[in-house]
Design a protein around this ligand. Sequence first.
Ligand code: PBG
Length: 326
Amino acid sequence: MGGPLERPRRLRRTPALRRLVAETSLEARQLVLPVFVSEGASEPQPISSMPGVVQHTRSSLVKAAAEAAELGLGGVVLFGVPTHKDATGSGGIDPDGILNVAIADVVAEVGDALPVISDLCLDEFTDHGHCGVLDAEGRVDNDATLEVYAAMGVAQAEAGVTMVGPSGMMDGQVGVVRDALDAAGHSEVGILAYSAKYASAFFGPFREAVASSLVGDRRTYQQDPANGLEGVREALLDVEQGADIVMVKPALGYLDVVRRVRDAVDVPVAAYNVSGEYSMLEAAAAHGWIDREAAILETLTSIRRAGADIVLTYWAAEAARLLQTR
Ligand code: PBG
């Protein structure tokens, strides 16, 4: 007597059936934890706009990395917060600069058990807060910046990094860094390219996390949120120049770009679930407006479903723990 011909609900009836037919998996190995390390701090410093995230000291960073390895995370990405900044971001190249010493600390602790990735960008190290060096008119000078990136990549490789993450959105950055690494004998060091990186309001809390001194915006080098095809183009250019992994950033407003990039390239695709995306969810959860743990896992699963093989997320360690209990 009638009734629907198709009954998709049949496969949703029990947890075991839902597990059987789940199209997307979320696993600790797919999650990469971004971490901040501060040169000045003697205690970990809370970041007020990112509840639960801290600026680490060198020793608390090493503990966090050991824990990440223990949890089976995919890796860590290191960001340095230097005490001194200058016009050319020289602290990024200095072997004694905070990021380079932190890389060495973490690698000494985890060895090959955990991929250690470094942000390769000048914004944390420049007194003007831009991702590159400026020309006489105060504009970001693409090709002069490439020379600094090359030196910074080599310094990070010498410190023992597994992969560098060029994130400044300068044209040609992946090729120049690849050549410099190879010429310095570091052909084994990989490149996680921030390929489609948008000029996003959702990086706001990150600027507090790295004590950014930026005045103005990054719209002459980061992409216009209106453009999707351009994100695919950027990813293809980076693969051509030697990127081992390409990344889309932010994640949630750009899941269409994640999908298009996933369909266009033949290397792993990462997506960065950025600071503002983290803080939005945390703020809503703090008000009791959403179920925090469920929303975290749903967010990360959705980024995976859109096509990201790898997700950078401030929830990486917590999500790995949640996954162990399900
Ligand atoms: C640049 C960099 C930024 C982020 C990661 N790398 C900031 C920016 O481009 O303004 C943002 C990450 C986040 O918001 O979580 N070094």
